[in-house]
Write a protein that binds this ligand. Structure first.
Ligand SMILES: [Zn+2]
Length: 266
């Protein structure tokens, strides 16, 4: 569930607490959380003494850049990172040299982490970052061109655009008036401009509201975000559309629920 705004919120919140700190001890409670190529039994020894030089984000991945290699974390559906607090399903606990503890908890155990020398082995195939200046309407047009899949499916493709997930893609499509089942290649130039603006505005609003706590997402201090309160269609099946009053509908696109207004979105 955590998408770009949630991971960026976690990054901004953790950055002042972890920057310059060294890992002193790592406890792996669930070896399956440590993903290939690193050995869960060696994670503590490998991380010990390494210092965090930068906390970065790429798409939905959080990247601890170290003085030698990177620790990359993906939260998938239910992962959370908590400072000095616990939650259900704690998988890995990191202790830093100021005594603070960072816990990676993950009820459904779908997320994971990698300790790698070169982070591009994990994040190298991701598409462009939608909030960077280089993400222009022209670039979005290039991404959609020739794709016959539903626009919603293309927006969720992390190799097409990095960081958009189910909630913010639904919101962006609603804001731009585009039906989630439209073929990506059939979006008109005018709709493309609206969609480009909408993608950026929903992501920026999500970050300002510190992410959406629809399910398990929490900030590292355990508090919920507020972006779910801004949602107009996401997870709102049956509620009235805030523009026209029609009931919000849900369809399944490649096993993911897509929420939309049947009247406002063409
Ligand atoms: Zn409507």
């Amino acid at each position: 569930m955590p998408e770009l705004p949630e991971v960026e919120t976690i990054r901004r919140s953790l950055e002042p607490r972890v920057l310059g700190r060294r890992f002193v001890r790592t406890e792996v409670f669930d070896p399956a959380a440590v993903l290939s190529p690193c050995d869960p039994l060696r994670l503590d020894r490998e991380l010990r003494g390494r210092r965090v030089t930068e906390l970065a984000r790429r798409g939905k991945y959080l990247i601890f850049r170290l003085d030698g290699g990177s620790l990359v974390i993906h939260l998938r559906m239910t992962g959370v990172l908590l400072l000095d607090g616990g939650a259900e399903g704690c998988r890995v606990r990191f202790e830093l040299d100021d005594g603070s503890r960072l816990l990676f908890c993950d009820r459904r155990r779908l997320g994971g982490l990698w300790l790698v020398e070169d982070e591009s082995s994990v994040v190298g195939r991701l598409g462009p970052e939608p909030l960077e200046d280089s993400f222009t309407p022209e670039l979005l047009g290039d991404i959609l061109r020739g794709r016959r899949a539903p626009i919603k499916a293309v927006l969720l493709d992390q190799e097409a655009i990095a960081g958009l997930g189910n909630m913010y893609a639904d919101e962006a499509l609603f804001l731009s008036g585009v039906h989630p089942l439209r073929r990506a290649c059939e979006v008109t130039p005018e709709e493309l401009g609206r969609l480009h603006r909408a993608i950026r505005s929903v992501l920026e609003a999500g970050i300002r509201a510190q992410g959406a706590s629809v399910e398990t997402y929490r900030l590292p201090d355990g508090t919920p975000g507020g972006a779910q309160l801004l949602f107009k269609v996401a997870h709102r099946a049956g509620h009235p559309c805030p523009v026209c009053g029609a009931a919000i509908e849900r369809v399944s696109i490649r096993n993911r629920g897509a929420y939309f207004c049947p009247r406002c979105q063409k």
